[in-house]
Design a protein around this ligand. Sequence first.
Ligand code: PLP
Length: 380
Amino acid sequence: MNQPTSKATACVHAGSKADTMTKGVNTPVFTSTAYDYLDVDVHAYPRYFNTINQQVVSDKIAALEKGEKAMVFSSGMAAITTALFSILKTGDHAIFQNDLYGGTHHAITNELNRFGIEFTLVNSLSASDFEKAIQPNTKLIYIETPSNPLLKIIDIRAISTLAKANNLITLIDNTFASPINQNPIELGIDIVLHSGTKYLGGHSDLCCGAIISSEELMQKAWSSAIHFGGNLDAQSCYLLERSIKTLSLRVKQQNLNAHAISKFLEGHSEISNVYYPGLSTHPQHDLATSQMSGYGGMLSFEVKIDPDAFVKRLKLIAPAMSLGGVESTITSPAQTSHSKISDEEKEKAGISNHLLRLSVGIEEADDLINDLNLALHGNT
Ligand SMILES: *Cc1c(COP(=O)(O)O)cnc(C)c1O
């Protein structure tokens, strides 16, 4: 298929199939789970990831991530674990960045050893520290950038170059950037993973995930995926397709809003630190510029005042976990994603009790800034 090259156009058109029966412009929702076995051309079954609604949205996501093929799953974790277990077997070793989404960190530390799979968590962003972790039985390197919640940036090109030199498969969780701001396959990464629950879905009402890669690695992932059964139903596939039509618009606005908010916060007397890759004061701002086409809608900051009281005074920005929705939400990493680790470890990881993570929505930036400003001045 001739894929549109501009992402805004791909969001609207790639993959989508107009309804030939009624001449409607949208892809119809096909809910059947049983298909005519006498016609080999229509052998479809949802758990085989080959029904029309699954394929349409997968093709759209593959076009946006510049991959050959994609598959959609019922959650980000279903996509992540399927990808990992399609590559790893007993006796293998895997290398992970330590700054991972909490659920991924929990999954690997609880699951891999039980299957006789070894792993190393690298507590550094430097490719040379990843190189030191390579063993004769290492199979893959897994990274996440920008990271949660401190928006650290890892050099995608350096990691993929290191992996290629050592015959390792690279995986990246591209959820925070979204395909609009970062295309890791173009930077040499083998497998891109998404929690579609976040930016792809974008309305805080859909739980899904995606794997994007080459035909060859997707064939491997598919062979495991049909056993693990983490497929997405037709209705959700359609909702995801519909959501992605506005992904470029949404993310561009979120980039602008987050940039404006980070600048406002940086100059505020009640704020001690702002973490946003778009700020020239971010320690890896130049690296972010070299591998991202936008800095994203996620930022974190430390307040000098009582963080709970501050959050309670916000009127527009909702205290909520998860991220990537059209509405702005704020969360305390110390009380949510990092609540189970000790205070000492939290300090070491830079997660103070005064740290707040903001997922910037598509509201008017001035309204968001006003909300933050009033809440910051509430107890001065
Ligand atoms: C939410 C999230 C996941 C997990 O996705 P689910 O859809 O909740 O299973 C993985 N990685 C990142 C970065 C996330 O934010």
